[in-house]
Structures are given as structure tokens and as C-alpha cells.
Write a protein that binds this ligand. Structure first.
Ligand SMILES: [Zn+2]
Length: 458
């Protein structure tokens, strides 16, 4: 009897504790100018009320509940947390063969953990992983064990033998087990059945969308960038599997033929898309598709990367690619489409930190501050939402916008990023740049899911 009473008392106590816990926690930002993720003008002199993990109210003279945390924005700019649409949190330097040969699951996990923290502290509250990362990193981030952004992994790259997802040693026969295949970081798929098998396995392993490798690479040693890997049937099979899960496919596509085939097969996210032109823009619009492009590909510094400069085959590829891709920026200005931000860094955490800041800088240089901000916020948010009603892990609110009901993924920065984009944490040098700070000084507040990860306004 005594035990029963104790159990009952415990039960009542925990119900009371739960009720107490359920009282919403509020944060009120006062006197901020808002970049909402879309507009080319700031909305000035507003308050933003966050309740738990969502934005509850935007207006003037908002009154918060008793006990709320109140932050005086002091006329600074409040904007959505940045969204990286194409990272590789697990892939690390110095080279692809080194990763296949000598990198263990511990190396990858430690690198991914550090990458996740770095991204968050640079102001990225969401990252989509374009291949190599499975669901474990998200579980660790979302359960609070490690620091990191919201995470949309693609699990294993899917691609053909001899393509850009083929990390096997040159002497390994087709279909060999590799370091990458054991860890489900890349899978060789040479027919429709393989694509279906590994596509479904990827969702099982925590993917929110699939990544298919059509074209080859520029920096990689073997696969030509002009490659047209995967038949239309194989790409359609990837789309079919993704659709079974209510999600979509992102395709690594360089040549116009590759991009058109992917779009016609139902691919929704064109990665790199360097041969972009107005005909592609038309088809993208018809299909509701997005493009993400690493603008460092258009930087003359690309030819100075040791992995390019020191490997004659890579250098020749890089030169021919630069010539072919020269029209990307004028075409994007002539026929703009939904373009999300991507860095595509594979290397050390410190090198990727520099590359991200430089990618921000190139966005501003080529397309201006407003387009850069839209790319890094609302377009990214729309793209993440394509993972659908079942596979999207973050379905309570919108990402990439400052709106009532959106997720409270918020930055507060000094100054006005529409006028001076450097406050977003840019770097104007790629190779030979100084190490980046752990977090840009101009980013005063980083909030994700209603929680503070940085606050220097206290
Ligand atoms: Zn990539």
C-alpha cells in the first residue's frame, strides 16, 4: 500500500512538474529592424516575440509575459538564420583517396561534430548535406548532445561505377565493398534495382532527400566533368523512390544535357548547374525546381588549389570547365531562378570556415547584398521544405523567414546587411586567408529553435 501511495505521489508530482514545464518561455526582441528573408527593404523599429521555438508576434510595443527575457536590439538588424544548401559535414581532407584508404568512422564522426558546431557559430541554423552524412549527426544535434544546425542529410551519394560517387581504389573491381559503402557514405548503383535498393536504404539511414551523381568532377582525379552518368530510367528510379517517401532528389549536374535530363526525370534540386541558361531557367520554373551553385567555381583561385594545381589531369579539367561555365553569372542575372546558397567544402574545418565566408563574399560580389540574403534564407527554407510531410524533421514552422509562426531561427547583426553585406560574416580571401574567428563579431545573437547559442548583447 505504501508503495502504491508513493507511486501515486510520484506520478502526481511529475504531472505537476510537467504542467510547470509546459508554461511557454518567451523572448522579446525590442527595437530591431527586420530583414524578413525576402524584401529588399528592412522593416524598421519593430519588436519580435518568440514563444518556445516559434515566432509568435511581430509588431510595435509588444508586451511579453512576466518572466520573459527582453533583449534591446538597439536598432540592429534581426534576420533569419542562414541556410547552407550543400555541405559535406563528414568529408574531410586531404584527398578523396585518403578518405577511402585511411579514414575511419571515428575520424569522420569527429570531423562532422566540429563542422556542425562551426556552421552554427558562423550563423547557419540549417544545413543540407549533399552526401556522406547519415542520420546520426542529426540525432546528436537535435538531442542536444552536440552543437549544430538543423540537419538535412542525403546519406550515401548514389552514382555509377566510374562516376563522381565512385570513391573505390582504382584497382578495386566493380561492386567491391569500400570504406565509403560500409559506412553508407557512397554507394555504387549501376542499374535501376541498385538505385531503388540504395535509395530506400538511405531513407532508412536518416536521409531527408536523395543525392544522385550525374556529372563527374572538376577537382577529382578521374571522372570527367562532362560525364552523363545514369540513364533517364535510373534517375527516374531515384525520383520514384524519393516520391515514395514524399521527398525529392538533388542531382549533381554540370552539362546542359545532364540538367535537362534530370529536370525531365523529376529532379527538384540541380546542384552546381554550371551550364545554366535561359532554356534551363524555363524548364526549372515549369517543374518547380531549384539550383544551388558554389560560386568559388568561378574564382580564378580555383586553379591554385593544390589538389588541382599539382594534378595535371585535374588542372586540364579545371581549365576546360572554367571556359564552358563562363556564362553562368550573366545567364543567372538575365533569367533568375530560385538559387540557394552552397559552399561544397571538403577539407579541414578551418579551411571550410574560410571557404564559407568567401562564398558569402562572392555571392555579394556577383549578385549584390539583397539577392545574397534571399539565397541564404527564404529560398533555402523553401528548398528544405521539399523533403515533405514525412521525412522533413522540422515541420512545425517555416525556415528562412521572419514571420509569425516561423521557427525562431534568428540572427541579430550590427548594421544593415542590405547596405553592408560584410556584417553577415564575409571573408574576402580564399587561399592564404587568415584563420576565421570562431564566430563573426558582427553577428551578435544566434538563436536556433528559440534557444540562444550566442548573445553578446547582454
Ligand atoms: Zn558536393
Amino acid at each position: 500500500m505504501k508503495t502504491l501511495l508513493t507511486t501515486l505521489a510520484c506520478l502526481l508530482f511529475s504531472v505537476a512538474a510537467l504542467a510547470q514545464k509546459a508554461a511557454p518561455s518567451q523572448v522579446l526582441f525590442t527595437n530591431v529592424n527586420i530583414f524578413d528573408g525576402k524584401s529588399d527593404k528592412l522593416v524598421t523599429g519593430r519588436d519580435v516575440l518568440v514563444e518556445d521555438n516559434l515566432i509568435k508576434q511581430i509588431g510595435r510595443n509588444i508586451e511579453a509575459a512576466e518572466g520573459a527575457t527582453v533583449i534591446d536590439g538597439g536598432g540592429r538588424t534581426l534576420l533569419p538564420g542562414f541556410i547552407e544548401a550543400h555541405a559535406h559535414m563528414m568529408l574531410m581532407g586531404p584527398s578523396l583517396p585518403a578518405m577511402e584508404g585511411n579514414t575511419t568512422w571515428e575520424d569522420f564522426a569527429i570531423h562532422g561534430t566540429r563542422m556542425a558546431e562551426m556552421y552554427l557559430m558562423q550563423g547557419f541554423t540549417t544545413v543540407r548535406d549533399a552526401g556522406g552524412g547519415n542520420g546520426g549527426l542529426r540525432r546528436a544535434i537535435d538531442s542536444g548532445q552536440i552543437l549544430g544546425p538543423r540537419y538535412y542529410p542525403s546519406a550515401a551519394f548514389i552514382g555509377t561505377r566510374g562516376g563522381h560517387a565512385d570513391f573505390a581504389n582504382f584497382t578495386a573491381p566493380p561492386g567491391s565493398e569500400t570504406n565509403f559503402s560500409r559506412l553508407n557514405m557512397a554507394q555504387e548503383a549501376d542499374n535501376v534495382a541498385d538505385v531503388q535498393k540504395y535509395g530506400r536504404n538511405n531513407f532508412r539511414m536518416g536521409a531527408t532527400q536523395l543525392k544522385y551523381m550525374q556529372s563527374g568532377g572538376v577537382v577529382s582525379a578521374f571522372d570527367p566533368w562532362q560525364l552523363l552518368a545514369g540513364s533517364p530510367e535510373e534517375i527516374k528510379a531515384a525520383v520514384q523512390v524519393a516520391n515514395e517517401y514524399g521527398s525529392y532528389v538533388m542531382a549533381h549536374s554540370y552539362r546542359k544535357e545532364a540538367i535537362m535530363t534530370a529536370l525531365n526525370a523529376g529532379v527538384k534540386s540541380i546542384e552546381h548547374g554550371f551550364s545554366f541558361d535561359c532554356e534551363i531557367a524555363d524548364l526549372m520554373e515549369k517543374k518547380g525546381a531549384f539550383i544551388t551553385t558554389n560560386l568559388t567555381a568561378f574564382d580564378p583561385g580555383l586553379l591554385d588549389i593544390p589538389a588541382v594545381k599539382n594534378v595535371p589531369a585535374s588542372l586540364a579539367k579545371a581549365k576546360s570547365a572554367s571556359a564552358t561555365f563562363a556564362n553562368y553569372i550573366p545567364n543567372m542575372k538575365k533569367c533568375p531562378v530560385k538559387r540557394a546558397f552552397q559552399t561544397d567544402c571538403v577539407g579541414s574545418v578551418e579551411a571550410c570556415n574560410i571557404q564559407i565566408a568567401y562564398e558569402k563574399n562572392l555571392n555579394n560580389e556577383f549578385f549584390g547584398a539583397h539577392a545574397s540574403l534571399v539565397t541564404m534564407t527564404s529560398v533555402g527554407g523553401e528548398l528544405m521544405a521539399l523533403s515533405g510531410d514525412f521525412m522533413n524533421p522540422y515541420r512545425e514552422g517555416k525556415l528562412g523567414v521572419i514571420e509569425e509562426g516561423a521557427y525562431a531561427d534568428i540572427l541579430v547583426v550590427d548594421g544593415n546587411p542590405l547596405e553592408d553585406f560584410s556584417v553577415a560574416g564575409t571573408g574576402d580571401k580564399w587561399f592564404g586567408a587568415d584563420p576565421r574567428p570562431e564566430s563573426p563579431e558582427t553577428i551578435r545573437i544566434i538563436m536556433k529553435d528559440g534557444k540562444f547559442y550566442k548573445n553578446t548583447l547582454d
